[in-house]
Design a protein around this ligand. Structure first.
Ligand SMILES: NC(=O)C1=CN([C@@H]2O[C@H](COP(=O)(O)OP(=O)(O)OC[C@H]3O[C@@H](n4cnc5c(N)ncnc54)[C@H](OP(=O)(O)O)[C@@H]3O)[C@@H](O)[C@H]2O)C=CC1
Ligand SMILES: O=C(CO)COP(=O)(O)O
Length: 314
């Protein structure tokens, strides 16, 4: 068995490192000038073993199983250029977002670009730095084809990564994408000084929004209660390791935030705000995050917008 990981960011590098302890792994990045030093600046302080092959040449990728670990908003462009190379292989999406151009999740983008492939999703609570340090976590592997889900579950589980499987691709993927939006709101609440009770309210009502939207898009609501939904939501809303949470903190506090940081929830909030009226679902927290991210709504109005809505049943 051999595996390739496309995207040498923090997550792709961490997954490649973890899997390299078990099988042959090739990590592809568009810029691998760092590879000789065996330390990726996207994952500082982590020494990469010589056994992990790093390349910037897609023609070197022969593996049957490919993990796509590019940010969601860059995946469509990458597939437009390179999908033909991968069609027919097992393709595992590791991105947590909704594409702003098509309003599709990464798995649908991949399936459209590579119609002969089995497409899966790997998601769940997993900071790249934790995985790279060999810390344990549990993840969800989703694939509509049950036999492919089983073999990918086996192939991608490691001594420290315990994978559960599901055939609910939409549910698993949307959990991972939507929790990033709610994490921005949770961060903003903390950054603005609203306190831990406000954060818990946002997490809970945010989870209701995630479940509502996912169900409207064909997901099984119970999938949202698993690792890919609730599990990752709890992690991301409570840890300042999360870039989405930190971005929210900065919004709430009125601070600058490092440009160029991958914050999937900002674009995904905008995608969600576009989907909400089409699907007829009410998503006040996500729509507020979209307004904050676009600069349409000022932070000082955020609380009023949420609290002054008509009272309703829980
Ligand atoms: N980091 C984490 O803890 C986790 C991340 N994820 C998900 O993984 C995905 C990737 O995130 P992460 O690895 O953290 O992101 P990073 O910001 O660490 O890295 C992004 C990587 O994508 C590369 N890239 C961007 N655009 C392109 C392109 N057009 N072609 C080729 N490469 C490109 C960048 O290359 P370059 O360096 O050349 O700019 C960089 O290597 C996201 O969807 C994220 O939500 C999921 C779980 C955990
Ligand atoms: O998805 C993640 C952890 O599961 C990483 O979250 P951030 O992208 O917010 O850092």
């Amino acid at each position: 068995m051999s595996i390739a990981v496309i995207g040498a960011g923090a997550f792709g590098t961490a997954l490649a490192l973890s899997l390299a302890g078990k099988t042959d792994v090739t990590l592809w990045g568009r810029d691998t000038a760092w590879a000789e030093r065996r330390e990726n600046p996207r994952l500082p302080g982590i020494a990469l073993p010589r056994s992990l092959q790093v390349t910037d040449r897609l023609d070197k990728i022969g593996a049957r199983t490919i993990l796509l670990a590019l940010p969601a908003q860059t995946l469509g462009g990458f597939l437009a250029d390179h999908a033909a190379r991968f069609d027919g292989r097992d393709l595992v999406s590791c991105a947590k977002g909704i594409d702003l151009v098509t309003l599709n999740g990464p798995s649908a983008l991949i399936a459209q670009a590579c119609p002969r492939s089995n497409v899966a999703v790997l998601t769940g609570p997993s900071f790249a730095a934790d995985i790279a340090r060999g810390l344990p976590t549990a993840l969800t592997l989703a694939c509509a084809d049950a036999a492919t889900a089983e073999h990918l579950q086996r192939d991608l589980s490691t001594a420290s990564l315990r994978l559960y499987r599901t055939t609910d691709v939409a549910g698993a993927e949307l959990g991972g994408a939507l929790k990033n939006v709610i994490a921005i709101a949770a961060g903003a609440a903390i950054g603005a000084g609203f306190g831990d009770s406000a954060r818990a309210s946002i997490v809970t009502r945010g989870f209701a929004e995630m479940t509502r939207l996912a169900a409207a898009l064909g997901a099984r609501p119970e999938t949202l209660t698993g690792l890919s939904g609730l599990g990752d939501l709890v992690l991301t809303c409570t840890s300042d390791q999360s870039r989405n949470f930190r971005y929210g903190l900065a919004l709430g506090a009125g601070d600058d935030f490092a440009a160029g940081t991958t914050v999937e929830g900002a674009a995904t909030a905008r995608a969600v705000a576009a989907l909400a009226p089409r699907l007829g679902v009410e998503l006040p927290i996500s729509q507020l995050v979209a307004g904050l991210a676009e600069g349409r709504i000022a932070m000082e109005h955020a609380l009023d917008i949420l609290l002054n809505r008509p009272l309703k049943e829980e």
